[in-house]
Design a protein around this ligand. Sequence first.
Ligand code: BGC
Length: 416
Amino acid sequence: MDKKEFSKKFFWGASTASHQVEGGTVNQWSVWELANAKELAKTAEERLGELPTWDEIKSQAEDPKNYVSGEGVDHYKRYKEDFDIAKKLNLNAMRFGVEWSRLEPEEGKWDDGAEEHYRNYIAELRKRGIEPFMNIWHWTVPTWFDEKGGFSHKANLKYFYNFVQKLADAYGKELNYTITLNEPNVYATFGYITREWPPQEHSYLKAGLVYWNLIKAHKKSYKILKSANPSMQIGVAAQLANIQAKRPHNFIDQSVTKVMRYLWNWWFLHRIRKQQDFIGFNYYFTDYYKYFHRDNPHVPLSDLGWYMEPEGLYPLLLRAWAHYQKPIFVTENGLADMHDQYRQWWLEESIVAMERAISEGVDVQGYFHWSLLDNFEWKYGWWPKFGLVEVDREHGMKRTIRPSAQWYADKIKKIS
Ligand code: BGC
């Protein structure tokens, strides 16, 4: 690289989510895990048997324990050790989640210990020169909120606002960056249409209501947070896919691509465009549409069987910039790769993609790899390995830096 595209202020980070790493979380998702673990184990081969990694993951995927978040990777207790590792990796930013069910385990009853925990958590990041990016909602909610119907009822939003107000009062002054919501489109689709996730309903109406209410939730949260700290920069972590026409000159492929881009990528972001200081998005997927279906190349695939095209980040950055002209953060980006055979390549392509976009005037200000640690991958459980840092849950939760992470650390040093 001849010319330096990344400024000194660029945020090189990694991302986590409370439920996926903390351990000991009790929320609607942990309840669902316990109720569904056996069934998920029993049906594993049906769902996953086609994966190239099936032979290697079979014993884990057929074990009900795999589907229970349980002790997580004990990040709730080991966060300082994990921040030391992040520091060692030359990271200067970290996206983390706060767990609503810890802070308000019962309606209206706040847990001072949990509040103190996240205060220390933020302070420990700062102490190491790591900028905290707090994420408020990453799909999990307290069971009492879920029992009231969660985000499908507009009347329930007041509970979410109380939670956001609590965060604003407690940490508002400590934070320069906050992300309100993670991937509302994925949550509404998987929870209320495809029935893959709790609450496993199939209702387009409900999916629409949830999606709509999450727009409201973001807008009001934006106001609450801004009044606590007017200089705080606020956005969401949207799930954007690099959607392309399989046959570039085919009218149907082109039209479907346009519609899908609008519905999946931009619809939500357009509605909150005035209440965003930055555009945050998670990038995992490039999807080619042939007629009305995805038709992706068959290689290279991640351990989850997802087609990998890391360079697809570049066109997405350009399009996000063209739409909004606001600073951009890649709030998540990564792959399931237990043998660490693709991660370095993925990182390198992602860095080049950002560099290209910056060279064309796109204001990319930070990159958060998913994830800092191996973690609980929702309905798949523990076998997918997304961590820069491997965690051995069988042997005292031992942390080991993967070779690709070391490469990332060296690269950050060189280019920043
Ligand atoms: C989610 C993460 C998840 C990752 C990999 C993202 O959509 O925000 O929680 O672990 O994808 O599937």
